[in-house]
Design a protein around this ligand. Sequence first.
Ligand SMILES: *[C@@H]1O[C@H](CO)[C@@H](O)[C@H](O)[C@H]1NC(C)=O
Length: 144
Amino acid sequence: MEINIVSIITLTTVFMSILKVNSLECYVCENQEDNNEKCVKTIATCVYGQDVCFTEIRWGSTPYWSQGAKKQYYVSKRCSNRTECATTRERYMSLCTHIWYQDWVCSDCCQGDRCNYYIISGIGNLKPILGLLLGGFILLRLID
Ligand SMILES: *[C@@H]1O[C@H](CO)[C@@H](O)[C@H](O)[C@H]1NC(C)=O
């Protein structure tokens, strides 16, 4: 009898720890100017069925998509699910240009606790800089 009770307690403990592992943790924030403060400090425990962490990064002006205004980043992070993530990514596909003089929006999802710490899409920001460097290099060669 005693063994049975021990088994039950052990099983319960194992079960509880599995449940705990299953509730995903993501960083959450809404339209922040950069990937600091809120976006790397606020952590939410996702509800059942939310199996990925979602990150959205916008580059643009306020109000959105207005020509000639000063542009900045808008970073948002939240819990999501794979279905919603795929739909959003598809919707943003043609808008995710990373062209600095245009407004753009990109989204990304990842699996694992707090996996949306870094903004992977941000790597694309190097492209305009590389373009400028390359342009400068070619110009120098032409002057030579
Ligand atoms: C995914 O999330 C969306 C939005 O919150 C919800 O409408 C949808 O039912 C969810 N899908 C699944 C499979 O959980």
